[in-house]
Design a binder for this molecule. Structure first.
Ligand code: DI6
Ligand code: FE
Length: 411
């Protein structure tokens, strides 16, 4: 595909005879508007509401699309992925089918470190080429914004290469990419087991260089027994704060190290996974406004049995996002629609929670709620137009894609 013109589509555009799920905050349910219309000017929504109430000046002179009663939702947002990686780990999948656990595979030299080897051997252009098919799969289901983490490079040159590859993606496709530096993801072989020294390298050398190049929109870490302790993550977060970068955290995925509270203490945009999070963690997240990003793909793929405490999140008013966690080790998943089905079936999220989790709350988890995630005036005209009769179909089906059209910034 040729490079896309990133400029916003000029002039007025109108989508009429649509049923809108605006996902606007503070209105009931999905914010449904029957007989709705959306108008955008230069790629920004200037009206979203009943067609009958549309200011008549807006109806004139624009390019009009008749949606013939189809549903429009905000463009979907995948707010947690490791999309840039090299090769795959189907061999480990086979080991696990033969009985090994994810932690055993990791301790046996497989796991994240094997993806580090593959990524280090690939050039930036090769990484982009390997990543584009995964991005295309997400976009084919209406994704208009995607977060992409580093974390398979684990030294300055290779983390930089990963994030530069991520920054190339939205030059080659009509999509918004947010990058996250995940230096504290795993210990590379050359660190020879010295986690503290590696954390120093990440916090004091790699992160400042990445930040200076403007390669990261946020900073993440993996807080886990097989990765880094809360105290080590805190050292990375302190540096992120000093550099003015927001943080997020892989927290409480395999055990409860109180990662949710750590994330909340740093005002994290999100804490992600959270299978082992307890009530104190949920309460801390609510207080800090930290979004709980639910990742059912990893739960399913590693055959975890402990579910994230969705009831606690609801009770404490923690907002929930839903994402693929696309990565070669624990979630080789490139369907956000299937992810919604998993979140509903495995964790009991409602249709409304699933749709909010892949639109409004995913935008919040990226610090982008002012720009996208709902169909409201002032936001980017990022739309997904669906051939469905009711929004529940987006969550209910498995392996079926009812996308009719995808609009990014009005194009
Ligand atoms: N948690 C995960 O599920 C992935 N990373 C992380 O911190 C796993 C990444 C991998 O196994 O490659
Ligand atoms: Fe992840």
């Amino acid at each position: 595909m040729a490079a896309q013109d990133k400029s916003r589509a000029g002039g007025l555009q109108l989508w009429r005879d649509a049923r809108l799920a605006t996902m606007a905050e503070g209105v009931a349910g999905l914010g449904i508007v029957e007989k709705g219309a959306i108008v955008s000017r230069d790629g920004i929504i200037v009206y979203a509401g009943p067609e009958a109430d549309m200011p008549s000046a807006l109806a004139q002179g624009g390019e009009t699309t008749d949606c013939e009663g189809r549903w429009i939702t905000p463009g979907l947002i995948d707010c947690h992925t490791h999309l840039v990686h090299a090769g795959n780990r189907a061999n480990e999948f086979e080991m696990r089918l033969a009985g090994a656990t994810y932690e055993e595979v990791a301790r046996a030299g497989g796991g994240i470190v094997s993806s580090v080897k593959s990524l280090r051997a690939a050039s930036e252009d090769e990484l982009v080429a390997q990543t584009l098919p995964r991005l295309d799969a997400l976009m084919a289901e209406g994704v208009t914004t995607v977060e992409v983490k580093s974390g398979y490079g684990l030294d300055l040159g290779n983390e930089r290469k990963s994030l530069r590859a991520a920054r190339q993606l939205d030059k080659q496709r009509p999509v918004t990419v947010r990058t996250t530096f995940l230096g504290a993801h795993a210990l590379p072989p050359e660190a020879k087991g010295d986690k503290d020294a590696f954390v120093d390298l990440v916090a004091n050398t790699i992160l400042p260089a990445i930040a200076a190049e403007g390669l990261a929109d946020a900073v993440d870490g993996f807080c886990e027994g097989i990765a880094f302790s809360p105290e080590q993550i805190a050292r990375v977060f302190d540096k992120a704060k000093a550099l003015g970068l927001p943080v997020k955290l892989h927290a409480d995925q395999l055990s409860n190290l109180h990662g949710a509270e750590l994330a909340a203490r740093y005002g994290a945009l999100s804490a992600d996974h959270l299978e082992y999070t307890d009530e104190a963690g949920a309460a801390a997240m609510a207080k800090a406004g930290t979004v709980a990003t639910i990742l059912p793909g990893a739960y399913y793929f590693i055959r975890e049995t402990r579910k994230p405490p969705v009831g606690l999140f609801r009770r404490h008013g923690v907002k929930m996002a839903v994402a693929t966690d696309n990565n070669p080790g624990t979630s080789p998943l490139t369907s956000l629609l299937l992810t919604m089905n998993m979140a509903a079936t495995l964790f009991g999220l409602t249709v409304e929670e699933c749709l909010a989790g892949t639109t409004r709350e995913a935008a919040r988890a990226l610090g982008l709620l002012g720009q996208t995630g709902t169909l409201e005036a002032g936001k980017s005209a990022d739309l997904a137009i669906w051939d469905i009769e009711r929004p529940a179909e987006l969550v209910y089906r498995m392996g079926f894609n009812p996308l009719h059209a995808r609009i990014w910034r009005g194009q």
